[in-house]
Design a binder for this molecule. Structure first.
Ligand SMILES: [Zn+2]
Ligand SMILES: [Zn+2]
Length: 340
């Protein structure tokens, strides 16, 4: 039995081929991949700047599909079950893994980042990484559980009280999810700060009380930048020197800042202001324990995923989807690749 596979092959290149289907081993399940989300991280890896992943490698870590075959010792899953996949795999034996914190495992890696991902018709994964999808959640929507789970893990670290003001810096998919999660968590006024009018307009639709365009293209989303020291909470979903500087400026004394965007290099930060304002700075990455809640939020509509999905491609057009994401980064918010 063979399957179609797309692999990252070198600097911004990819190729499709046929490969043998893998047998699911003990504790493993073979998934027929049905929807794949394209993530900025995929482009970053393909450029060679991410510092992980070695070509040739199938990328793809935002994944949903159905259970196809089941390995020995797997209980609770049947062929045909609709699932999404937590891509994170820990060693399973260290203190962090055993305490439910595999994202802090020194040996951890991710399907589609370090390990072969979902750019293929069939993928064998540990059964422990599967989450069941309610019938009202589409496969395309389910791919977004991965992004959303990272954001919900960050939200859980913040102490959010009704009546508080919060700003999200960065209008990418994670920034738009953070807007929704802050509102759902009870923040009274949420300001989205970004650079692209189409995303800022969507941010308003998804619940942002104000949307600020820091760039020059501002047409319809042009609320003023919040006053200095006006925010109880800032989420930096951009991860650059300018966003960190702005975040520290906007925070009130005693404020909290979630560091989520990745600068990719050491950057300067006004630590003196952080000390004098007694700020709390928190980093956040994956959050394995929040997956069931994320799926519940998608199913109930308390977080809206569909408006984020702006473009669809077929699996045979995966190379075109990647080229579009790379060449027109402002146009698409989330691109989903679907198997027929
Ligand atoms: Zn991603
Ligand atoms: Zn471990």
């Amino acid at each position: 039995m063979r399957k179609k596979i797309w692999q990252w092959t070198g600097f911004n290149t990819m190729a499709s081929s046929e490969a043998p289907r893998e047998e699911p081993g003990s504790g493993q399940v073979e998934i027929r991949i049905l929807s794949i989300g394209i993530c900025g991280t995929d482009l970053h890896i393909m450029s060679g700047h991410a510092g992980f992943g070695v070509p040739p490698l199938a990328l793809g870590h935002e994944l949903a599909g159905v259970v196809e075959r089941i390995g020995d010792g797997v209980i609770g899953w049947q062929p045909g079950d609709r699932v999404c996949i937590d891509p994170l795999i820990g060693c399973g034996a260290c203190h962090e893994c055993l305490s439910g914190n595999k994202h802090r495992c020194p040996e951890a890696g991710e399907i589609g980042l370090q390990f072969p991902g979902g750019w293929q018709a069939y993928l064998v994964v540990p059964a422990a990484n599967l989450y069941r999808l309610p019938d009202n959640v589409s496969f395309a929507e389910a791919t977004q559980a991965e992004t959303l789970h990272c954001c919900l893990g960050g939200i859980d670290k913040l102490d959010i009280r009704p009546g508080q003001h919060a700003a999200v810096i960065g209008d990418g998919p994670t920034g738009l999810y953070y807007v929704q999660l802050l509102k759902a968590a009870g923040a009274s006024k949420v300001t989205l700060i970004g650079m692209r009018d189409n995303r800022l307009a969507l941010g308003r639709k998804l619940g942002a009380d104000a949307a600020v365009n820091l760039g020059s293209e501002s047409q319809n989303a042009n609320d003023p930048v919040p006053a200095a020291e006006s925010q109880h909470i800032v989420i930096d979903a951009a991860g650059n020197e300018a966003s960190l500087k702005l975040g520290i400026e906007l925070l009130r004394i005693g404020g909290q800042m979630l560091l989520f965007g990745l600068p990719g290099k050491p950057v300067q930060m006004d630590i003196q202001a952080a000390v004098l304002k007694e700020l709390t700075l928190m980093g956040s990455t994956n959050a394995p324990h929040v997956w069931p809640r994320v799926i519940e939020m998608i199913a109930s509509g308390s977080v809206k995923v569909s408006p984020m999905i702006t473009h669809h491609y077929s699996f045979d057009e995966l190379d075109q989807a990647i080229a579009f994401a790379r060449n027109e980064p402002g146009e698409a918010i989330k691109i989903i690749v679907n198997h027929e």
